[in-house]
Design a protein around this ligand. Structure first.
Ligand SMILES: [Zn+2]
Length: 406
């Protein structure tokens, strides 16, 4: 038996007036998802508990069966792992954005989507001037997304950092890192000092002078957030006895895969955006199944459309995923298979960010009886035989769906 897990990031939504009060999943033409829903068994999955932030880190961990309360230390360590940055016990990895600050205001969390070529020079200059060896180290990532590693800093869970995309337009002084206990005060002071010092170094850097001259936003300050220590997770093989591979364009998802001991399959042209290589991902998934028991295919594009609040684009990403990726996988599968399809969380167009609402899911397995649901969407799934399932139990359902014929 081969297992396929397809996650359309942020696919779930609310009814949208422009789509005739349908959700993007209801409005999209998606014969493959609907066929799986009709053949399989459906339900709603509450991936993120109400008291947790519905970040993709939390939601993806839950989908893979890892209790986010135990295994989610922050998104920093997962993303860092995908860039080859390894952590020691007591190290803390922060995502470190290059942001634009102007007159004390946080103007842009992405420094005008600064390029990797430009930002690597800026991070290089920070390494020379602000880095404190064996204490605070900078690592380059992609575009505006970089890393700050604090060495030997065991009190990171007492630090509160604000994701910069949530506070665009805020006064910087009001959203700086805060200590939740006295043990963390020294580390918080170090973070604040690094933020302050970065401004002096970056503002006068030739890369930024050229950007300002060209009418672009400069990457003139660092913004550490999403910090966490090294996650200690059992591997997928230990947990489920399955050898698994992951296909995603997104560092966070690849990093979760690394800590779960999955094989990371990189696909040329997988961008995490609307132009991603859907066919390439499908072909890579079929290939990965030759020497793995399971493949986890993640598509970021619907989430991006949700954040951009573009409902037509969101419908298109769902149709592309259905036709160009899912259809191709289903056609190419020659062995008996069990498949689950779902979003990790909703990213409703109306609000432009993630929510904790339950998401529709379907599991098809040759030994499962169908439940009469005909379509794959938020409302049809309410009538599914699985009902409302909590948090990290999807994987158990997926595996028990096939156990009957053994
Ligand atoms: Zn998102």
């Amino acid at each position: 038996m081969k297992y396929v897990l397809v996650v359309g990031d942020g696919m779930a939504d609310y009814p949208i007036p422009e789509l005739g009060n349908k959700t993007p999943l209801q409005a999209a033409h998606k014969p493959n998802m609907d066929a799986v829903a009709a053949k399989g068994r459906n339900g709603l999955l509450k991936t993120v508990p109400d008291d947790l932030n519905p970040g993709s880190d939390t939601a993806i961990l839950a989908v893979l069966g890892y209790d986010p309360r135990r295994f989610c230390t922050g998104r920093g360590p997962f993303e860092a792992a995908a860039r080859g940055i390894s952590l020691e016990e007591n190290d803390v990895a922060f995502r470190c954005n290059l942001i634009t600050e102007k007159d004390g205001i946080l103007v842009d969390h992405s420094a005008g989507h600064i390029t990797s070529g430009e930002s690597s020079k800026l991070i290089e200059s920070l390494k020379k001037t602000c880095e404190k060896p064996n204490e605070a180290e900078f690592f380059s990532g992609l575009d505006y997304r970089h890393f700050l590693i604090l060495r030997n800093s065991p009190n990171c869970h007492f630090i509160e950092c604000t994701p910069p995309h949530d506070v665009i337009g805020a006064e910087v002084v009001t959203v700086l890192p805060k200590a939740k206990s006295v043990e963390a005060e020294k580390t918080v002071n170090l973070l604040r000092e690094l933020i302050r010092d970065s401004k002096a170094v970056l503002e006068s850097h030739p890369v930024n002078i050229a950007r300002v001259k060209a009418g672009k936003r400069p990457g003139n300050m660092i913004w550490p957030w999403g910090g966490g220590g090294k996650p200690s997770m059992p591997s997928f093989k230990e947990k489920y006895g399955l050898k698994a591979a992951v296909i995603s364009a997104v560092d966070l998802v690849k990093g979760i895969g690394i800590y779960a001991g999955m094989k990371i399959v990189n696909v040329p042209g997988a961008t995490g955006m609307y132009d991603t290589n859907y066919e390439g991902k499908a072909d890579a998934a079929l290939k990965a199944l030759k020497d793995n028991d399971m493949v986890f295919v993640h598509v970021e594009a619907p989430d991006e459309a949700g954040h951009a609040r573009d409902c037509r684009q969101k419908v298109k990403t769902i149709e592309d995923l259905d036709k160009r990726l899912l259809g191709r996988i289903l056609e190419g599968l020659k062995e008996p298979y069990t498949i689950a399809i779902l979003p990790d969380h909703p990213t409703p167009i109306r609000i432009g960010t993630h929510t904790n609402d339950p998401v529709p899911f379907v599991i098809y397995s040759p030994s499962l009886e169908s439940d009469g649901v005909q379509k794959f969407d938020e409302f049809s799934a309410m009538h599914g035989a699985f009902g409302l399932v909590k948090h990290e139990y999807l994987m158990s359902l997926l595996l028990s769906s096939t156990s009957r014929d053994k």
